[in-house]
Design a binder for this molecule. Structure first.
Ligand code: ATP
Length: 366
């Protein structure tokens, strides 16, 4: 079992910077957890505290139920994979992968077997005798992974391991890491600022901002039910649109028009919000081309006319951008509209719907 518990863990650096504040999370045995958030939010510091590369200022870190705050990194039985790969340039791939086993003074026969097994899993067998300088970025990353898996640690910690790779390779390696983690079933904590990685890799995602956990949940949960405007805006690409509104007797008035709400939904919002002023969050895919809808479907949303500024087609995904009260709004899935772009520029009719369950909040970010 390799459960990692961060019990109100904080980090205050010598200069007084409070990089991580009361980080409280239990990472289950075999779980794949992603730490995501903008630059400087404390992701790497959190990971480094788990690894033992950074002291913990307050709180307790437990691995398998044992306090490890004071345990040296090498005695935590955790393997770390860095963005820079951290391979030894003078060693061959075989020697690099074998390094932790050599340190542990394992027998040569045992080392050879373990390295060969790891090499097979990661498909690096054919270049075991090469030096890192003679490998591509993707191959180096595989070797770094090999060095991490070879000693079957209790947990993997990965700090932006894919950010030095080009876009195509990143997607490929992302899939490989997901498969590898599933196959080995090793508890993994993975740091990224890339929300696509966050949404596709992890069992659970921790969204951080300025040293504080904003929300912890399964990817879809974060997408459908963000707890605040920051999470709502951070998860999803193109980002969720925010439109100011005012609660009325039966819904919300916005610049797009009046949005009707069920009584239950309105009551929930009224209960949660002290003011009448709210912010409505609408995902790009929750706009539809009104011209394509039946009258009855159209009646369930808020119909408005917008002048499309730009139409963008990225193969299967198409986006229309229009301006609303000076703010750029993006909408997706207007396929017919995009296909007929000549006639649509200059005022296609769009129908807006409230995005599922989400983000009708007061305008104050936490
Ligand atoms: P990035 O995505 O850019 O790597 P991050 O989310 O991993 O960012 P951290 O590297 O954990 O962020 O840094 C969190 C905060 O702590 C930042 O404000 C950073 O400036 C500060 N910080 C990091 N290391 C130190 C240090 N050694 N001394 C003082 N402050 C530090």
């Amino acid at each position: 079992m390799a459960e990692i518990v961060l019990d109100h863990v904080s980090k205050v650096f010598a200069d007084g910077a409070n990089a991580v504040h009361e980080f409280d999370l239990t990472i289950g045995d075999g779980e794949f957890v992603i730490l995501v958030g903008p630059s400087g939010c404390g992701k790497s510091t959190t990971l480094n505290m788990i690894a033992g590369l950074e002291d913990i200022s307050s709180g307790e870190l437990r691995i398998d139920g044992k306090r490890v705050n004071e345990v040296a990194p090498k005695d935590r039985d955790i393997a770390m994979v860095f963005q820079s790969y951290a391979l030894y340039p003078h060693m061959t791939v075989r020697e690099n992968i074998a390094f932790p086993l050599t340190l542990a003074k394992m027998s040569k026969a045992e080392i050879d077997k373990k390295v060969d097994d790891a090499a097979k899993i990661l498909d690096v067998t054919s270049y075991l005798d090469r030096k890192p300088a003679n490998l591509s970025g993707g191959q180096r990353q595989r070797v770094a992974m090999g060095r991490a898996i070879v000693r079957s640690p209790k947990a993997f910690l990965m700090d932006e391991p894919l950010s030095n790779l080009d876009a195509k390779l990143r997607v490929q390696m992302r899939t490989e890491i997901a498969q590898l983690q599933q196959r080995l079933g090793t508890t993994t904590v993975y740091v990224t600022h890339d929300q696509t990685e966050a949404m596709t890799l992890g069992d659970r995602v921790v969204v951080m901002r300025t040293g504080l956990i904003q929300q912890v949940g399964e990817p879809q949960e974060l997408y459908d039910r963000p707890v605040n405007i920051f999470v709502a805006g951070f998860i999803g690409s193109p980002a969720m649109n925010f439109v100011p509104g005012r609660l009325t007797a039966d819904g919300i008035d916005t610049a797009l028009g009046a949005m009707r709400l069920s009584e239950e939904r309105r009551a929930t919002i009224a209960r949660n919000e002290s003011a009448q002023e709210v912010v409505v969050g609408i995902r790009p895919e929750h706009f539809e081309d009104a011209a394509l809808l039946t009258d009855s479907v159209r009646g369930t949303g808020t119909v408005f006319t917008a002048e499309v500024d730009v139409l963008e087609s990225m193969g299967s995904d198409k986006y229309a951008y229009f301006t609303l009260e000076g703010a750029e709004v993006s909408s997706a899935e207007l396929e017919e509209l995009a296909a007929d772009s000549e006639s649509s520029i200059g005022g296609p009719q769009l129908i807006a719907r409230l995005s599922t369950e989400s983000a009708v909040r007061q305008g104050k970010p936490i």
